[in-house]
Design a protein around this ligand. Structure first.
Ligand SMILES: C[S@@+](CC[C@H](N)C(=O)[O-])C[C@H]1O[C@@H](n2cnc3c(N)ncnc32)[C@H](O)[C@@H]1O
Length: 212
């Protein structure tokens, strides 16, 4: 899923913070035991998410799409002492593995895991506002999720959407349904006056949106 040349990505990996031991374990376990393991954020993107979270110093984070918990843990690294991350996953079969993964870390108590469809769960979350939201679930709902959370993000807060370069297809000639959908999302956000935005060419493309 990398869009950067492999040797450049290796160089970047070698010049950022190392991947913590517990995240190496989660990475390995995911590749051994779960279908579509490449969905996990991984070393470099994980360090970017952790870095952004530490800059925001969030009290409340929302993640849509937990998978095996890799990005949840990276994002939680930036939480304030009383901070909480709500993370939503539709696949209940991941519960046992997620519980084991979160136990490996010092942020376990800061993680609230919800199972179900994100569109149903987000409106029921009892939080006044979020400082950081990471959208990384079913891509067809990306814009719905953006609309669902934008009024609940505090001014200066971030919304980050994953996979917006879609393996480079969004700026190429491809016109399949998924590519068109992601292109449309990027187009809609790029003209939205309520937010500042930029796409970072990290892994498959991170759209970083800052609410004004
Ligand atoms: C790309 S993976 C998330 C990867 C994870 N954020 C990370 O970086 O390590 C997407 C996850 O979203 C979940 N998902 C898909 N549709 C969903 C929905 N409607 N509501 C909640 N979770 C959903 C999938 O089951 C999958 O585990």
């Amino acid at each position: 899923m990398e869009i950067l040349p492999h040797d450049l990505q290796e160089y970047l990996d070698g010049h950022c913070e190392p991947e913590p031991e517990w995240l190496q374990t989660i990475n390995r376990e995911t590749y051994l035991k779960v279908l579509k393991p490449h969905m996990l954020s991984g070393h470099y993107q994980g360090r970017v998410l952790s870095f952004l979270s530490k800059m925001v110093q969030p009290r409340r984070i929302l993640e849509i799409g937990t998978f095996t918990g890799y990005a949840t843990i990276c994002l939680a690294e930036g939480l304030t002492e009383n901070g909480i991350i709500h993370t939503i996953e539709v696949n209940r079969e991941l519960e046992e593995m997620l519980t084991a993964h979160f136990k490996l870390t010092s942020v376990e108590k800061k993680i609230k895991l919800h199972f179900g469809e994100a569109v149903n769960i987000v409106p029921d979350l009892q939080e006044d506002s979020f400082d950081l939201v990471f959208i990384d679930a079913d891509k067809k709902n990306n814009f719905n999720y953006f609309e669902l959370v934008i009024d609940r993000v505090r001014p200066g807060g971030l919304i980050i959407i994953d996979n917006v370069l879609w393996k480079g297809k969004v700026y190429g000639p491809e016109n399949d349904t998924d590519t068109k959908m992601i292109r449309e999302l990027n187009g809609q956000i790029s003209v939205n006056k309520r937010v500042e935005k930029m796409i970072l060419p990290v892994r498959d493309g991170l759209l970083v949106i800052r609410k004004k």
